[in-house]
Design a protein around this ligand. Sequence first.
Ligand SMILES: [Ca+2]
Ligand SMILES: [Ca+2]
Ligand SMILES: [Ca+2]
Ligand SMILES: [Ca+2]
Length: 303
Amino acid sequence: MRATVALAWLGIAAAQAASPYALVVSSLGDGAPGAQGGPYRADPAVGGGGRTGAQAADAASGYAGLLTDPVALAAAPAEPSVPEGAQNALGAAALMDDGTLTALEPDWVAWSVQGGPLTGIDADGLAWAGAVRAPALAEFGAAWGGFDAGGAFWVEDSDPDNFGPVAGDGLPDGWQFDHFDTDADGALDASELAAANPGADGDGDGQSNAFEWLAGYDPGDALSRFEVELLGVDGRVATLRLSRVRPGVRYELRAAGLPGAAPGALIATLQPEAEADGVTVEAGWEDGGGERGFFWVDLSDPP
Ligand SMILES: [Ca+2]
Ligand SMILES: [Ca+2]
Ligand SMILES: [Ca+2]
Ligand SMILES: [Ca+2]
């Protein structure tokens, strides 16, 4: 995938401040932030997803032949976390008065959605995870034999751009909510949604939201912006300083207006392994020495 382009036009003769900036397109890479699941601690009362042979289940069903009585219900998911849109099998067991657990068939249990990104639970205890904008806990309830139990599992933010009104616009939904859900109610009203648009520039610093996300700046602060400074030109080598570079982003320094060099000629490339501020780059070209040329930097998130 290729996102891009913003940039800074810089005259060789006068190293004025970078402007204008214009973003052409942006898209998400696999390494987009927020794709990791959170920690999870399963209810240890139920092992192996709570499913065992039918014999024990039959016995528990009608209490027939049991020498012990149930005293509590326990429920747990098969997996501690699942991706968005995936299913998770829920299991339940009865805790008996002799301290043993008797597994219950999932379809004997009345399951319910208690909270979080669950779109439903069917009669067989298969729970469906909905879309999230950050790892979120899905909570369910179980009822059987007059006992109630509950459990939970994590839904991973496996697709960073699939949530609600900001799905599919090329920006991570979690980042959009972090910056534009200004009243923190977990939803985006019309004005917040407009502000969260990838092409919007609500802080008026000349850089779009999509560009600021790629460059690692705050889309709500005009003083927080990507800048390129031309420190000097010595013969056919220009020294530029980028205000910040980030891992996962490719920086292509290009030039135009240099005699003998093709318009847009690539003169240097950076793919940093770590974030750093104030990075100095030297870029040379074959022919040149003209009175005036221009440099700019393209940002993209390579696949
Ligand atoms: Ca998501
Ligand atoms: Ca989005
Ligand atoms: Ca901006
Ligand atoms: Ca900004």
